[in-house]
Ligand binder design. Sequence first.
Ligand code: IPM
Ligand code: SF4
Length: 414
Amino acid sequence: MAQTIIEKIISKHAGHDAKEGEITLVQVDGTMASDTTAPLAIQSFENMGGKQVWDPSRVSLVIDHASPAPNQRIANLHSMMREFANQQNIKLYDVGEGICHQLMVENKHVKPGDLFLGADSHTCTYGALGAFATGVGSTDLAGVWLTGKTWVKVPPTIQIRLHGKLQTGVSAKDLVLHLVGTLGIEGATYQAIEYTGEALHHLSLASRMTLANMSIEMGAKAGLVDTIGLEWEDEFEAIHADEDAEYKQVIDVDVSKIESQISVPHSPDHVQPISKVKDTPIQQAFIGSCTNGRLEDLHEAAKILEGNKIAPHVRLIIAPASKKVLDDALSDGTVQILTRAGASFITSGCGPCVGTHQGIPGSNENIISSSNRNFQGRMGNPESNVYLASPAVVAATALHGKITDPSQAEEVGV
Ligand SMILES: CC(C)[C@H](C(=O)O)[C@@H](O)C(=O)O
Ligand code: SF4
């Protein structure tokens, strides 16, 4: 039977050929919960009578969403996680180590062909490795901690074939914003997205993570990137779709036609080419998140900001996606370039992305952010406006204090 990538992965974990629409029990390779979801999962696990997780080497906890703790309540939840991790002998990434999704990939908790469940919607990021990774609720996760298994309904797949090469200054973020704008926030609900095509050869693992990451902004169960040309390709057995696999929909995209994209308030799918919103004034700029907080993202920003100073009325906040990203950016001088340009670095982690701390905007302020969601109130103030963009656009915008196309900023010599 010809199969899509997700059908192959589910079949492997179910022990039989799984077909679209079928509900089947599968073995799980790995799990993750963050400080937002782990406390409830721990409670559910204990309520279910759980004593020992099924396999401690397949369970990770990460303190990243509100880290370091901004208040007493959260500090106590962090303590509860540390205690559980100790007692269960499971890996816990503590304050400053990074964002859960970055850490799962960076530390190889997940590999191509795996089936991975995380109690966070952007678990789909690991689709960058050709893994089936999806977000589940805390209670579902607790069930997996008990048994090592879960049930899945085999989803239909939308195949997105990426042709050509992105223009200079245009990144995987612009590509995925373009796709979110085209499909809409419910365009792939209950479906998997498979990304394929020769454009992938030009995308690093970091860029593939950006692409897979925002699959959830199209409602997808998972976003699986074909492993062709992947940096890790030699280390693992690659899984590709069969040529005659059946797709619900096939979408062809010539990526060389895409210009920088901006998602305007208040929904990720309100996407406009940058030319339509350029010159919108901005008070806060954020580079970070599981979408765009990696070394290549900081490099993009540094290219634009080197030797320059951000606009006087702009705050530029940077949260590296992990301690490793921060260390690498320190060693190669990127951090220094950015701080000299006026950026403030905060703890590696989610930072202000989800609006709990570290950069809640004022009322009527406009924020440009390299993150993935701009629902009203997302950054902690319903009276602020969040614009989503690539790190290059965020940097060029911070420099000029208004939405700026980086390719044009370079032309005028800044
Ligand atoms: C808080 C957490 C449960 C949430 C998610 O699942 O995605 C967060 O990471 C987000 O990005 O909105
Ligand atoms: S960085 Fe933002 S989107 Fe990613 S997991 Fe953290 S809160 Fe969610």
